[in-house]
Design a protein around this ligand. Structure first.
Ligand code: GAR
Length: 211
């Protein structure tokens, strides 16, 4: 099975979706390590409850020394035999060095239909722009923030009466379906990077079913 290293900073609901997916015997990946940059991240409790190894590498222990912070994370992931790093609400920007160390072995989930709404506060910005569909994206990470070959996306409608909170809840539900789907595609060798794109081999479920 493909060994995942899941990087978190907080709540860890996407981590939970991956934990739940990996619990199915036929799922082609397993979580080798959950790594948090915050000691009080609730996701660490989720991992412990599932019997998964955890580590904390706090950026605060490396003030002004991002290379040392990232080298510590990199070493921890290597020691755990991680094949694929999954960012799941990990809120530190990674340097080109770290991204290069995990080239095409590092993915992120972002709460928008990229390339729209990179960065933070995506739900309010989607509402303010008047789009009728919003959603989430899983992509391979490149040094530029929220850029990189798109593996999978799920769309959700923006509904009358939505505020950022309600829209975020609807998107989050779609994230919890999309992230395991994307990991499965990679673990099955069906999501190959070809230049700036990901070529998907075989059939994928109707995206309406993924949402
Ligand atoms: C998720 O909505 C994820 O897409 C987003 O943070 C949330 C984490 O929730 N990620 C980003 O904004 C990355 N810039 P979780 O901790 O419950 O998975």
């Amino acid at each position: 099975k493909l060994k995942l290293g899941v990087l978190i900073s907080g709540r860890g609901s996407n981590l939970q979706a991956l934990i739940d997916a990996c619990a199915a015997p036929d799922f082609p990946a397993e979580i080798a390590l959950v790594l948090s940059n915050k000691a009080d991240a609730f996701g660490l409790e989720r991992a412990a409850k599932a019997g998964i190894a955890t580590a904390v590498v706090s950026h605060r222990d490396y003030p002004g020394d991002k290379p040392a912070f990232e080298a510590a994370m990199d070493a921890t992931l290597r020691e755990s035999g991680v094949d694929l790093v999954c960012l799941a609400g990990f809120m530190r920007l990674l340097s080109p060095w770290f991204v290069g160390q995990w080239h095409n072995a590092l993915i992120n989930i972002h709460p928008s239909l990229l390339p729209s709404f990179k960065g933070l506060d995506t739900h309010q910005r989607a509402l303010d722009s008047g789009v009728r569909f919003h959603g989430c994206t899983v992509h391979y990470v490149r040094p530029e923030m929220d850029e990189g070959p798109i593996i999978a996306q799920a769309a959700v409608p923006v509904l009358p009466g939505d505020d950022a909170h309600r829209l975020a809840d609807r998107v989050l539900e779609s994230e919890h379906r999309l992230y395991p789907h994307a990991v499965r595609l990679i673990a099955e060798g069906r999501a190959r990077v070809d230049g700036d794109l990901v070529r998907i081999e075989g059939t994928v479920p109707d995206l309406a079913a993924v949402v």
